[in-house]
Design a protein around this ligand. Structure first.
Ligand code: 0O2
Length: 277
């Protein structure tokens, strides 16, 4: 029998998982930087263990030649959302990307598995580039809510413990819990708009504060230190009031002051330059 070089086989998959996790985390960050609610709450990834790959090959009667085509989740990424509605938003973000092609959808959200499992799976084609050159691989992206993830994590551990022979009383409890998860997600969806508003406003304030302090720090480097200390005191005074409108006004005014100082500094540099000539 031919020797299987598992480490070599898994290299592009390891790379793909790292790249995909980084890209989805970046999408979350982009939303936050634009004061936008992010449908992505958390991203994790893993390369399937060799044991788990072998088990799946055996269970599904997959040959070595078919391994990379038929075990579609060697590279797996999980995207957790806060709300049910976010799942479709994330799926759209993925569909609109040019660096991954959606090959297959398994919608266990609309069509819950018999076990009670709910999650939206997208099998994608993804291109990796390693020392050996370019390689097209398949990866599985699982998209689910926090509540669905809670259920799946618990059930996965029990499946592992009972190796497919779940005692009926436990299976029943899990089915009941799965129904409660549906109810919980529906209940949470009804406050989604309020939560989105609250989170947008929190993000907006946090970006404003970061921007203001950044501006103050810049001013500190090229203007009168006493003036800057006064500006900083004023900022802390306004900050304590917890009034977003005042903070926005202060931010705009500070922008104007900073522009003024910048123009002065540039003029000064211009004069310096003409002196040196
Ligand atoms: P891992 O790495 O331990 O997560 P399957 O026949 O279900 O094994 P298939 O048909 O290739 O696999 O794809 P499917 O059904 O989309 O399942 C792929 C993955 O979805 C599984 O990976 C699980 O992560 C998850 N999943 C599917 N069904 C269930 C379920 O009933 N309960 C839980 N908790 N998770 C499920 P693996 O193979 O289990 O590997």
């Amino acid at each position: 029998m031919e020797i299987r070089l598992w480490r070599e086989l898994l290299i592009p998959y390891e790379l793909a998982v790292k790249e995909l996790v980084m890209k989805f985390n970046h999408l979350k960050k982009e939303h936050q930087e634009k004061d936008l609610y992010s449908p992505i709450e958390e991203v994790t990834g893993r390369v399937k263990s060799i044991n788990s790959i072998l088990e799946k090959m055996q269970r599904k009667n997959i040959s070595w030649e078919e391994l990379e085509e038929k075990v579609e989740d060697i590279a797996g990424v999980r995207i957790i959302c806060q709300f049910y509605e976010d799942i479709e938003k994330v799926a759209d973000l993925i569909r609109n990307r040019s660096d991954m092609q959606v090959l297959e959808i398994k919608d266990y959200v609309t069509h819950m598995k018999e076990s009670g499992y709910r999650s939206y799976h997208m099998i994608i084609g993804y291109s990796t580039e390693t020392l050996e050159g370019k390689k097209e691989i398949r990866a599985e992206i699982q998209i689910r809510t926090l509540a669905m993830n809670f259920w799946a994590t618990i059930e996965h551990s029990l499946q592992y413990k009972y190796k497919g022979n779940m005692p009926p009383h436990l299976a029943e409890r899990l089915t009941n819990a799965a129904n409660s998860i549906i109810q919980l997600d529906t209940e949470m969806s009804s406050v989604r708009n309020e939560v989105m508003d609250a989170q947008n406003s929190m993000l907006h304030q946090s970006n404003l504060v970061a921007d203001i302090l950044n501006n103050i720090e810049n001013l500190y480097h090229y203007s009168n230190k006493r003036e800057v200390a006064k500006i900083q005191d004023e900022f802390y005074r306004i900050y304590k009031r917890k009034d977003l409108k005042q903070l926005e006004r202060f931010h705009r005014e500070l922008d104007i002051i900073a522009e003024g100082y910048q123009a002065q500094a540039l003029n000064f540099k211009g004069i310096e330059g003409s002196w040196q000539r």
